[in-house]
Design a protein. Structure first.
Length: 233
């Protein structure tokens, strides 16, 4: 008599492929400033440094180009994309609309599970504040917003934000360490968290808008300086 079949164990998280690892490492290197805006990405040194084939590097560069982190220039090949203030303004405008709407809907939908998940995400974010590298902080920030969008039911909007996430992370990296912000970024996140848990859509939207306006004011001088340095070079 055949033994009864048991259910296959569910795969909780798919293992990363070599391509995924290289993409993540290159993305972090660009966001951290290891590769400067306008710097050429030469295949052979990248292959040697990362220990991978030209095929993997070429696939990674195409992927990062789709994220807006790399651009292909005639006669120069792939370079790290330069992010202008005009582009940043557009990204902040998109974030203001999509994140503000999601935060408002999340506040309307607030329940014990949403409150627990968002509070846990905020605690993880707070735990990364003193990391010497920004990658965990950026990942924790992305997770905080993902919970808001999913709780709001704004899945298509989250897909749009994800397509911009590389450039959003570059802007966050510019503003995280700034000393002249009117309020530290984590205080804004706490305000967004508190407004959502209070169940007030208006306060949640206002907290998001204040956060993004402050981030924009902080980022503009950095991008203006970067533009000047690129022009001088």
């Amino acid at each position: 008599m055949a033994a009864p079949k048991t259910a296959l164990r569910k795969i909780e998280q798919a293992p990363q492929t070599l391509r995924d690892i290289v993409q993540a490492r290159m993305r972090e290197a660009i966001i951290d400033g290891h590769f400067a805006p306008g710097e050429r990405l030469v295949e052979r040194p990248l292959c040697d440094q990362l220990g991978v084939s030209r095929t993997v590097i070429r696939e990674t560069i195409r992927f990062l180009e789709a994220e807006g982190l790399v651009e292909i220039l005639p006669n120069r090949g792939p370079v790290v994309a330069t992010l202008s203030w005009d582009q940043a303004q557009q990204i902040y405008d998109i974030r203001r609309q999509l994140e503000g709407s999601a935060a408002a809907a999340c506040a309307r939908n607030r329940n014990e599970r949403i409150a627990r998940d968002l509070t846990n995400a905020l605690h993880v974010l707070e735990d990364t504040l003193h990391d010497t590298e920004w990658s965990r902080l950026l990942q924790a920030t992305t997770r905080f917003y993902q919970i808001i969008f999913e709780a709001a039911g704004h899945t298509i909007a989250w897909e749009v934000v994800q397509r911009l996430n590389g450039r959003i992370s570059r802007l966050r990296a510019l503003t995280i360490a700034a000393k002249d912000r009117s309020r530290p970024g984590i205080e804004h996140m706490r305000s967004i968290h508190a407004a959502i848990l209070s169940g007030s859509p208006e306060d949640a939207r206002a907290a998001v808008e204040e956060h993004i306006s402050d981030a924009g004011r902080t980022a503009q001088p950095f991008l203006d300086t970067q533009k000047g340095e690129t022009a001088d070079g």
